[in-house]
Write a protein that binds this ligand. Structure first.
Ligand code: NAD
Length: 256
């Protein structure tokens, strides 16, 4: 175990991974991030709408030598978000990974698809950032927030207008949190994955096979551990002078 997050408590929202029928399914981003934080010495508060998925992540955190707390909670609900933050006393790291995609092109996206997507992908991160920053300010703790966006927030990506719009909005939210948090020593950044081989990524490719044929410059999809490595860096003091940025983890996809 390394020690870049030794003594820290990190809240990961969306710490589970969507269930997969595949026996050797890859890790989702939230699970990989939780395990990577534990390997760096953090206590990890694993929050997810799917309590079983959060428990499975907590088991991997403990296997990695870390301490884990599980909170079954909905990121779109203010009271649930307050519970997540209360379960993480001494909080100095926050990762908002929960994310969904609904609808299709404009004609196949209902108003309900739009609202559901924006609720999880944008209202949720706002609620978490507001509660976490308040807790850190009150406890006079410095901190680092990492919001999991998508390359689809920077350029056309998912073919889902609600998803792309929510991930673009997340970058605006991040800039605000970074500016408001700066004078309190609180940093905020977005990590923007490209095509990542997670169960969600595989489901997206099954729904749109051309996704799997995208000519990624580095020649392959990414792994959730590669997203996690970027997140750990931004949470750690190695990134002490980095705030308000968006870091693509995309194998060069933004270049084409
Ligand atoms: P995933 O579906 O496995 O993980 C998302 C987790 O969020 C799940 O455990 C789910 O239960 C949880 N969640 C969903 N709604 C929630 C809610 N209301 N409250 C609390 N938790 C909730 O997917 P993943 O592939 O690991 O993706 C995670 C993040 O990475 C998402 O934000 C996604 O947009 C982003 N991302 C993924 C890819 C990719 O190719 N996989 C690419 C770009 C961005």
């Amino acid at each position: 175990m390394a020690d870049r997050l030794a003594g820290r408590t990190v809240l990961v929202v969306g710490a589970g991974t969507r269930p997969s029928p595949e026996p050797d399914a890859p890790l989702g981003n939230g699970r990989a991030i939780s395990v990577a934080c534990a390997r760096e010495g953090a206590t990890v508060v694993c929050a997810d709408l799917d309590g079983e998925a959060a428990e499975a992540t907590a088991a991997l955190v403990r296997e990695a030598g870390g301490e884990a707390v599980v909170v079954e909670a909905d990121v779109t609900d203010e009271d649930d978000v307050a519970r997540m933050v209360a379960a993480a006393p001494g909080l100095t790291g926050v990762v908002v990974n929960a994310g969904i995609g609904r609808g299709g092109g404009l004609r196949r996206t209902s108003a309900d698809d739009w609202d559901a997507t924006l609720a999880v992908n944008l209202r949720g991160p706002f609620l978490v950032a507001r509660a976490a920053v308040a807790a850190m300010v009150e406890a006079e703790q410095p901190g680092s927030l990492v919001l999991i966006g998508s390359l689809a927030g920077l350029q056309p990506g998912s073919r889902l207008p609600a998803y792309d719009a929510s991930k673009a909005g997340l970058i605006g939210l991040c800039r605000h949190v970074a500016l408001e948090g700066a004078r309190r020593g609180i940093r905020a950044n977005v990590v923007a994955p490209g095509l990542i081989d997670t169960p969600l990524g595989r489901a997206a490719t099954a729904g749109r096979p051309s996704r799997g044929e995208t000519p990624v410059p580095l020649g392959r999809q990414g792994d959730a551990t590669e997203v996690a490595a970027a997140v750990v860096f931004l949470l750690s003091d190695e990134a002490s002078y980095i705030t308000g940025t968006t870091l693509p983890v995309d194998g060069g996809l933004a270049l084409i």
